[in-house]
Every structure is written in C-alpha cells, then in structure tokens.
Design a protein around this ligand. Sequence first.
Ligand SMILES: *[C@@H]1O[C@H](CO)[C@@H](O)[C@H](O)[C@H]1NC(C)=O
Length: 296
Amino acid sequence: MGKGSAFYLCVVLGVAGFMAATAEAADLFSFEDNFDIMWAEDHFKASADGQIWYLSLDKETGCGFQTKQRYRFGWFSMKLKLVGGDSAGVVTAFYMCSDMGAGLERDELDFEFLGNRSGESYIIQSNIYKGGVGGREMRHSLWFDPTEDFHTYSILWNNHHIVFFVDRVAIRIYRNTEASNDAFPNEKPMYVFSSIWNADDWATRGGLEKTDWKNAPFVSTYKDFQVDACQWKDPYPDCVSTTTQNWWDQSEAWTLSTSQREDFSWVGRNLIIYDYCHDTDRYPKLPNECINSPWD
Ligand SMILES: *[C@@H]1O[C@H](CO)[C@@H](O)[C@H](O)[C@H]1NC(C)=O
C-alpha cells in the first residue's frame, strides 16, 4: 500500500491479504475507516473483533453500507453468507455505483441475490448500467447453497472488460469493444455498496412469493472485503495502464486464461437462467454489446 504518484493512490484493503502479508493483528480492517452506513444504523452489527458484519431486514427497514471512497477500475471482492431458510422476497445486493442514490445518469455494476422459499435455490442476478441505462440483466443459478457458508463474490473492472466472479469462477463477462464502447461504463468512478431490502414485488417467482415476516429478522453476513483498485482523487487520476502498474490492468487481466475460459463455458452451458441478450421479446433489436464474443 502506498502513494503511487501525486495523482493517484492505489489501495489494498481487506483482512485476508493484509493479515497474511503483515501478520500484524493490529492492522485489522476497520469498518469505520472504510465504510459509512447508508441507512438504519441499528440494523447493522459487527462481531466483537469488527471483522464480520451483519445486515438485517425486518418489517420496518433493511440496511445498507457504502465505501467512503470512489474507485475507477480495480478488483472488488467480498465474502457473503446469505439469509437462510425462508428468504422469499428478500434481496441482498453487492454492487458498485457512481452515485449515492438512483441518479438518472448513474453507472452501476450489480450482484443481486434473490431469496427463495426454504429448500428452493437462490438466484444470482447481475446487471450493468451506463449513464442511467440498465436493463442488462443476467440470472444464474449457483453450484452451491449460498446460505450454508461464506462464498466470494468479486468484480474485476478495467477498460477492457468487466468480469463477475463467484469463488474465482467468471460467470459473466462484459467487454468494451468498438461496437459497444458507448454502453461500457468506464468514465465515472464508483463507490462499493451492499444492502438488504424487501423486494417481494418482483424478486421471487416474479413477485408471486411474498416475504413472510414471521421469519424476520433476515440477516446477511459479510467478511473479508477487499479492494485493490485505483482510488479516485482530485485532480483526477486516469487509472489506466499507460500510467499505472496495477495487476488488474495488465494484459493478463484484459482477457481470461485458458482454464478460466473453460470454467466460464461450463457456467454458460449449465447455470444461465436468463440472458437479456437472448430476450428478443423484450429487445426486438438486441443491444449492440450483445454481438460481442466473451473474448477475442
Ligand atoms: C425459487 O424457486 C422456484 C421454484 O423452484 C423457482 O422457480 C424460482 O426460479 C426460484 N428463484 C426465484 C428468485 O424466484
């Protein structure tokens, strides 16, 4: 961790890497130093050592937190254990956004976890907004029960592509090419957010399954937040590889490795439930980026 130049500051936060590298217990990740609670302070709890966080939803309110800093390009990762049991109607999100609210011009990268009735599997939805335009949903099922244990959800973002990872397996790739450049969010720095809320108007079976408040509070658990990214500063850094040496913007990070491609293809064959790029009822003329292949 250190100052790269007067114009940018590269940060590596996160308990795991940090602790392994320094072995100094005193360097524990501090929630307060890095995050603000967005709403409902009393629905947030941390473990005694501050390293595990709990967000809860009840009939009154959900809860959310966000980074104090904004970043442009990098690696953003979190371990989450989702609400177990009957979680129909409950959505937990881990996302990045250029605005604090739902700004009309916002850029946004989303992971949303859609709860379900006991024993029915969770769905992970992802979406990408550029200049306030989203509608780029994909939905995947998972190869594990995300409520049983912590799993890692990560976003790699550079000027070549955005990759959504689950336990280091790439499940979605969104490329920046000439054809799709206008639809690629790359200008606005983003905060990292997480929240839990009631979305029983749409989340589970299209809104048919309602949240059963008898099971409240619904709790999602977090640990090992990691940011390895270009922190936004005034005057603006450009945060691209011509001026920085960051691993997430070197050529190895511009495309997937052979084994990553194999895993990605397996996910594509087995776990995709919905892809807006195949939804011609909704998009009679498919958006430009839909012609992109995931690499080459
Ligand atoms: C919930 O379970 C039902 C029944 O298995 C399934 O159809 C649905 O896709 C699941 N997930 C959501 C988010 O509705």
